[in-house]
Design a binder for this molecule. Structure first.
Ligand SMILES: Nc1ncnc2c1ncn2[C@@H]1O[C@H](COP(=O)(O)OP(=O)(O)OP(=O)(O)O)[C@@H](O)[C@H]1O
Length: 122
């Protein structure tokens, strides 16, 4: 097995993983474009630093969870192509983790954006 030689090589591998996830995972692309949209909206709604921090943290959590989910799926598929109850558990639990981060993002979006949109509309 080849070992990373320096920090730049390690960054290269990490970046390759990021590109792979973006290219192959539809959900990650969707989250990425939603994140861009949310950040643009955030600028117009003049979020406080803490509100912006909560939004950025939520986006980071969702995309990170999606990537870990992708890594777990790839590992399971490497170990077995056949049906296995443990493979099902591992994939379902990883998907569950993504779901939790998505629910968190919705809750944060509700608390941050709802009062501001309400102010504009009423
Ligand atoms: N080898 C396996 N053994 C048992 N169940 C499996 C196996 N592979 C997948 N599953 C079940 O099928 C579900 C979907 O698995 P799959 O690998 O297709 O993920 P996916 O739907 O492509 O996920 P994503 O959309 O996040 O990429 C899993 O959550 C799991 O319940």
């Amino acid at each position: 097995m080849k070992k990373s030689r320096n920090i730049f090589e390690s960054f290269y591998y990490a970046f390759s993983g990021l590109i792979f996830a973006f290219r192959t995972q539809r959900n990650i692309r969707i989250h990425f474009f939603i994140a861009i949209f949310v950040i643009i909206i955030s600028r117009y709604l003049k979020l406080s630093n803490f509100e912006l921090l909560a939004v950025i943290l939520s986006i980071t959590l969702v995309i990170t969870a999606e990537m870990i989910n992708t890594a777990i799926e790839a590992t399971i598929d490497l170990v077995t192509k056949n049906y296995h109850p443990l493979a099902r558990i591992a994939k379902n639990v990883a998907a569950g983790a993504v779901l939790i981060t998505a629910i968190n993002a919705i809750v944060v979006a509700f608390f941050v954006f709802f009062p501001k949109i309400q102010k504009i509309l009423f």
